[in-house]
Each structure stands twice: as structure tokens, then as C-alpha cells.
Design a protein around this ligand. Structure first.
Ligand SMILES: Cc1cc2nc3c(=O)[nH]c(=O)nc-3n(C[C@H](O)[C@H](O)[C@H](O)COP(=O)(O)OP(=O)(O)OC[C@H]3O[C@@H](n4cnc5c(N)ncnc54)[C@H](O)[C@@H]3O)c2cc1C
Length: 346
């Protein structure tokens, strides 16, 4: 039986899974069609410990944080790039109710590590407004687009990147191996993000893809801030800013719309009194699931077909922990936590 694996898709999911296979010395190829509509390429890479109207600590946050810190540090060393930054995230409170909500959370021990105070941030950076913002400590910003593009160069150098579009109908599925492109593989792992919604092999998964758009801009304010007002504004290490987001559940366009660009420009100008210079624009489709949990596991009918997908809106934090679990499932037959098992959709 062949001992080589085939990963479909080299977004964040495919890249992280490849990294964990590589650590175990497992031979594999990755096929990717070139990141069109890739969520990873459009993302800010923010890891936000506290989310939602009720200021709730993110699901499994402490476990995910320790996994992501060590994984992205190892990847930075392997690729000789700097991608991981620890950040305080400033979130506009906007009402006494929100201020009370955040204050009441801070009574609990598990929230205290994230208390970065409440302040008018224009006292530190005059460009911002005079509203009250909660400083949320222990966030991260990870340059996942740089990670994926640099890892791609490594795959190319090592001859394991197939730059092409994968089509399930070209695969010869045998009981204990698969044939694709004149090559035999022990198994294939679908890491193809939102494109999974069009694959008949996985039609029982009720994906809820969400398109989002982003801009890279230069702005005349001090570098490095991550601020959530109406949208996120997130500083990059080179002094530029990422801005955007938005959830368009029915949209599948991979183009950034003029309406979005105008809206962002207007918002930044109203908020900061400055017009941004636009350096780049991207649109991506997030592979979201109805229960907002990732999808790991084996196809119900075929033993040599796996899936690692559903990273949704939080791939940066979910990716490292669950990619390691997925590698252990494939290589060592370890069990899959029930709440993320693909079998929940059958
Ligand atoms: C605007 C925006 C902002 C975001 N901000 C954040 C954030 O701040 N923090 C956070 O954690 N997450 C964020 N996300 C979500 C995050 O981007 C995703 O969770 C994550 O990137 C998903 O990775 P993925 O590899 O599953 O999918 P993708 O990045 O979409 O990768 C899928 C890959 O599969 C390939 N592919 C698909 N079909 C085929 C085929 N048939 N043949 C060959 N290749 C194929 C594609 O080329 C692509 O490279 C954001 C997303 C968007 C759109």
C-alpha cells in the first residue's frame, strides 16, 4: 500500500495539516488551484479572546492559545519569517450597558487575564474618538497570508505542490488506496475550505459559507493598533493597516466591490478624520458551519477519505490545535472529539 498522502487545498487548514505531517516525517503532496477566493488570503489573522455582545470568552480559548503560540512560533522558525504578535484589542463599548457587561465579566477569574482597562483611547492616540473602549489583553495577530504564501514556496522547492484544480471525479477510489494524477496515495484529505459545499462526496454537510472583504490601507496614525469600532482596524508590523470584515451569507463573489471600498473609506474618514490610501483589496469565503465548530474526520463510506475543514471565522485560533488532532487521527487512529466529528452531520 502507498504511504503517501494527498491534501486538497493549501489555505490555512491544508498548510497546518501539512506542517504536522511533515513533523512526523510523512510524505505528502498538496494540490491547490491558486488561492482564488481563499479566506486565508483576505483575513486579518486576529485572535480575539472575548467576543460577542455579551463579552464571552471564546470557546476553548486557553487550550487554543497555547497550541497556536507554539505552532506559529515553530513555523516562524522553519520559514524564517515573523508572523506572530501579542496584542491588546481595543473594543468600543458604546453604551453604559456594555460597560456594565464587561465590568461584570471581570469579576470572574478566567476573565481577569484579559483586563486591559477601560479608557478613552484618544488620550493615547489623538486620532481616535473620545468614547470609552475596553482594552482586551492577550489577543494575537498572526500574518496567516504571509505564512501560507511562504509555506507554498517551501512546498514548491521540495516538489510537493501540485498547482492545479482538483476534481473528485478524476479520482479512482480503491478500497485501500486512491489513484490521482498517475500517482497512488494512501489517503486524501479535503482541506478545500468553502469549496467543499460544491463537492457531492460531502453533500450531507450543511456548510454556511460567509463571504468577507478586506483592504490593506495606509493611514496617518501611530502603527500597531487593533481597534474594533464599527469594523476592525488592525495594524500590521510594516505600519500599514488591515480593515474590513462583513458577513455576506449568500454572496460567492471573489471580487471586492466598489460599494465596500466606498463604505470603508467613508467610515474611516468619519471616525478618524482621515482618508486612507488603498494598497490592496481582497475577498474571501469563510468555510463556516451551522454550529461554528470545525469539521474533522473520515468519510462515512470510504476509509481513505478524510476532511479537515469548517475553520469558519476563527481559523487562526482553531487551526493549530485541530490540525494536530487531525494528524493524530490519520496517522495514529486517535479518537476525534465528538463535537467536531464530521459524523455529526450524517
Ligand atoms: C475578510 C475575512 C476576514 C477574516 N478575519 C479573520 C481573523 O481576523 N481571524 C481569524 O481567525 N479568521 C479570520 N477569517 C477566517 C479565516 O480566514 C478562515 O477561518 C481560514 O482562513 C480558513 O482556512 P481554509 O484553509 O479552511 O480555507 P481557505 O483559506 O479558503 O483555503 C482553501 C484553499 O483550497 C483551495 N481549493 C479549493 N478548491 C480547490 C480545488 N478544487 N482544487 C485545488 N484547490 C482548491 C483554494 O485555492 C484555497 O487555497 C477571516 C476571513 C475573511 C474572509
Amino acid at each position: 500500500m502507498p504511504s503517501k498522502y494527498l491534501i486538497i487545498g493549501q489555505g490555512l487548514a491544508g498548510t497546518l495539516l501539512s506542517f504536522f505531517l511533515r513533523k512526523e516525517g510523512i510524505e505528502h503532496d498538496i494540490i491547490d488551484k491558486g488561492h482564488v477566493g481563499s479566506a486565508t488570503m483576505a483575513a486579518a489573522g486576529i485572535v480575539n479572546p472575548i467576543t460577542g455582545r455579551y463579552f464571552t470568552k471564546s470557546w476553548m480559548f486557553d487550550t487554543l492559545l497555547s497550541a497556536l503560540d507554539s505552532c506559529y512560533t515553530e513555523l516562524s522558525e522553519l520559514l524564517d519569517i515573523s508572523i506572530l504578535e501579542e496584542k491588546t484589542i481595543y473594543r468600543r463599548l458604546g453604551s453604559p450597558l456594555a460597560e456594565n457587561q464587561w465590568s461584570s465579566r471581570l469579576v470572574h477569574e478566567e476573565y481577569k487575564a484579559h483586563d486591559g482597562g477601560m479608557s478613552q483611547i484618544n488620550e493615547i492616540e489623538p486620532a481616535f474618538d473620545n468614547e470609552y473602549y475596553a482594552g482586551i489583553k492577550n489577543g494575537r495577530k498572526v500574518n496567516i497570508a504571509l505564512l501560507v504564501s511562504t509555506y507554498r514556496k517551501l512546498l514548491k522547492r521540495e516538489g510537493c505542490l501540485i498547482e492545479s484544480t482538483f476534481d473528485s471525479s478524476d479520482v479512482d477510489f480503491q478500497s485501500d488506496y486512491i489513484r490521482y494524477n498517475d500517482e497512488s496515495y494512501q489517503a486524501v484529505i479535503y482541506c478545500n475550505g468553502a469549496a467543499i459545499e460544491h463537492d457531492s462526496l460531502w453533500s450531507s454537510i450543511p456548510m454556511r459559507p460567509a463571504q468577507g472583504q478586506s483592504l490593506q490601507v495606509s493611514l496617518d496614525i501611530s502603527p500597531g493598533w487593533i481597534v474594533k469600532n464599527k469594523y476592525f482596524l488592525a495594524g500590521n508590523p510594516d505600519g500599514t493597516y488591515w480593515t474590513g470584515g462583513g458577513y455576506h451569507w449568500k454572496e460567492r463573489s471573489t471580487q471586492v466591490s466598489e460599494t465596500f471600498i466606498e463604505e470603508q473609506k467613508k467610515w474611516l474618514n468619519q471616525w478618524l478624520g482621515k482618508w486612507p490610501t488603498i494598497l490592496d483589496k481582497r475577498a474571501g469565503i469563510r468555510p463556516c458551519t451551522p454550529d461554528r465548530k470545525p469539521i474533522l474526520g473520515k468519510h462515512k463510506q470510504y476509509d481513505n477519505i478524510y476532511i479537515f475543514n469548517g475553520l469558519g471565522t476563527k481559523g487562526t485560533s482553531l487551526g493549530p490545535h485541530f490540525a494536530r488532532i487531525m494528524a493524530n487521527v490519520i496517522l495514529k487512529g486517535k479518537p476525534i472529539p465528538e463535537e467536531v466529528d464530521v459524523l455529526r452531520f450524517y
